[in-house]
Design a protein around this ligand. Structure first.
Ligand code: B12
Ligand code: SF4
Length: 548
């Protein structure tokens, strides 16, 4: 676990006298929702709705601490050179791993201009060993004290930045009222429908081995704040739409429903949430419908594992598929928009069956929109990644491609690459074929789900991914550099991928600091080994001292 900066070295340029901060800092906060310029239709409709909560939270904290804040949510349509112009003392970026290279380039630019740079978010949590090479501070779990310590210290930490983190997830976060001045301009960018991000809990009681929250205890946030936020929103928007960012919404189901029912009249706010199937019983669905839940995103993951969260117990394979399909169809009777999440290429999958079952599932439950994630090991996200690194199965694909789709950085246990991609292409083609799009359209009854599903299928998500997977499959045969990279025989990044990053970063490519294209894909394993050696050495020293 990363450590918080000890109070003793937390005083830097900003000496504190009598509790007052001497210098008011100009803080720029950048939420990198995406990694580069885009004009795609889906991006235009959806990117502002995928903004994160934490950059808004950090913006509130910085203002509370007496600093001037400029907040930018980058959705791929803004001119970053314009948005980022002006003086900044501290730049704080929130980034997923797919935006890491973008973040590194922007950090480099700001460091050249004399700013202190800070990284937080999923990339900082998953790859801190790499990020410290490009930022002065890399933040893990973040609470207000971590931000305060960092801003007090506010010093250059180069060539290796400082890792800071709270020992656990924060117990409370500023609510919608406090975040509104940052939420409002963000959702104003969404042309059609606008989602307000809220969160009611962190962590998860389940332990899916690939997930970052498999080792983070479930913790509800304050119910009073949820009540207050929902009432506030009703005063701001005619019909608010809320996206819950809880990793697993509704674990304390009755408490959440009671809170919503006390706060707002039934159905006056629309909600979208990610919940496990185990929580979506018919009686719960009835209550969810009554309370305005319009979209649910349950994770099925695989037909051969994770049965506990699907409530399918020991049923696997076809039996699980049929049970889950019936369950999803029942959910669709209550909730108009359902996205089902699958992880493709897990170790429990073998042969044609997993893919064929998913196709059969789509035929039996055409109303659900499928989201396929390629099995990925995001640095130190999950303990499973340690095993994968130890087994030499993690590939060094640049961060830019680590979005669960552009590349799979784990060599599958039970498939050769050509076979895997053949099956992936076939499944994707089935899911986003015109007949399937038509069936989905007919199975959905209301306007937004119908249009969303068509847009998602024909845009970069459906057709775009099919094109990409097909290209990769061809290269596995035709381009030796690509095949050798996939097989782990060569770590030199093939030109095919390099060119993609160059195109996507545009002018930021020139700002990439040296070395930023590659990372040590075994950093987690190495740091754990170093930690074990240090612990053993300490034990030996203690034993020797005791025997003297
Ligand atoms: C909710 C969620 C979403 C939502 C909201 C995303 C968002 N913008 O926040 C939606 C559905 C839109 C989404 C989309 C995606 N997601 Co998502 N998502 C999650 C989920 C389930 C919960 C994350 C969360 O909000 N937790 C609550 C917050 C408060 O806690 P936290 O994330 O742990 O953050 C703490 C610290 O990291 C820090 N922090 C976080 N952000 C910031 C920012 C700053 C500036 C600072 C200083 C600190 C800081 O403070 C927090 C408190 O300690 C996680 C899985 C999980 N179980 O955690 C995946 C997860 C974060 N998603 C993931 C991925 C890959 C994606 C997508 C790329 C999927 C895709 N192919 O489209 C997109 C990318 C979206 C984007 N903006 O770039 C990965 C990220 C891995 C990585 N290293 O990049 C995760 C970890 C899932 C996984 N595969 O394991 N996601
Ligand atoms: S149920 Fe979802 S959030 Fe919970 S551990 Fe599994 S994948 Fe992660």
């Amino acid at each position: 676990m990363l450590a918080r900066v000890p109070a003793a070295n937390a005083l830097g340029r900003n000496d504190v006298k009598g509790g007052n901060i001497l210098r008011r800092l100009r803080v720029t906060i950048l939420d990198l929702v995406t990694k580069g310029p885009t004009r795609k239709l889906y991006a235009r409709v959806m990117m502002p709705n995928l903004a994160s909560i934490m950059p808004q939270v950090v913006a509130v904290w910085c203002e509370e601490l007496g600093h001037d804040v400029r907040f930018i949510c980058y959705t791929g349509r803004e001119d970053l050179s314009q948005e980022l112009a002006g003086d900044t003392d501290v730049l704080i970026i929130g980034a997923f791993t797919r935006s890491a290279q973008t973040a590194y380039a922007i950090s480099n630019l700001f460091r050249k201009r004399g700013a202190i740079t800070v990284l937080g978010g999923p990339h900082a949590r998953c790859y801190p060993e790499d990020a410290v090479n490009y930022f002065d501070y890399v933040l893990g779990f973040t609470d207000k004290t971590v931000i305060e310590d960092m801003l007090r210290d506010c010093a250059r930490h180069r060539p290796v930045g400082l890792m800071l983190a709270a020992s656990r997830q924060p117990r409370e976060l500023p609510g919608v009222r406090e975040r509104w001045k940052f939420i409002e301009p963000t959702i104003a960018k969404a042309p059609a429908f606008k989602l307000v991000p809220m969160i009611g809990s962190m962590g998860c009681p389940y332990t899916c081995s690939f997930c970052i929250d498999s080792v983070v205890d479930y913790q509800p946030l304050g119910f009073e704040q949820i009540r207050e936020d929902l009432r506030f929103l009703r005063g701001k928007m005619r019909r608010p739409r809320v996206a819950w960012h809880d990793p697993n919404f509704g674990v304390r189901f009755n408490d959440y429903m009671n809170t919503i029912e006390e706060a707002v009249p039934p159905g006056s706010v629309d909600f979208i949430a990610e919940s496990s199937l185990s929580l979506l019983s018919e009686s719960n669905l009835r209550r969810l419908r009554k309370n305005g839940f319009k979209g649910m995103l349950p994770g099925i993951e695989s037909w051969y594992s994770y049965g506990n969260k699907s409530k399918t117990g020991r049923n696997t394979g076809r039996d699980k598929m049929i049970q889950v399909s019936d369950h999803i169809n029942m959910i669709l009777d209550y909730i108009p928009y359902v996205q089902v999440n699958f992880v493709v290429g897990l170790d429990c999958d073998e042969g044609a069956e997993p893919f064929e079952l998913t196709k059969q599932f789509l035929d039996r439950s055409p109303g659900a929109f499928p989201a396929f994630s390629l099995f990925s090991a995001f640095g130190r996200a999950a303990p499973l990644n340690l095993e994968l690194q130890r087994a030499g199965r993690v590939l060094p694909f640049p961060f830019h491609f680590l979005n669960n789709n552009a590349a799979m950085n784990v060599r599958p246990l039970n498939y050769g690459w050509p076979e895997f991609y053949d099956r992936l292409v076939d499944l994707t083609a089935h899911a986003f074929s015109w007949p399937m799009i038509g069936r989905r359209l007919r199975a959905n009854r209301t306007l937004i789900p119908r249009s969303m599903n068509v847009v998602r299928a024909v845009s970069s998500e459906g057709f775009g991914r099919l094109r990409h997977h097909t290209k990769v499959r061809r290269r596995l045969d035709d381009d030796r550099t690509v095949r050798r990279y996939f097989e782990g025989e060569d770590t030199e990044l093939p030109e095919f991928y390099k060119a993609k990053i160059r195109r996507s970063l545009g002018p930021l490519w020139e700002m990439l600091p040296p070395g930023a294209l590659v990372h040590d894909h075994h950093a987690y394993l190495k740091s754990e080994l170093a930690r074990t050696v240090a612990v053993e050495a300490k034990k030996t020293r203690t034993a020797q001292a005791a025997s003297l």
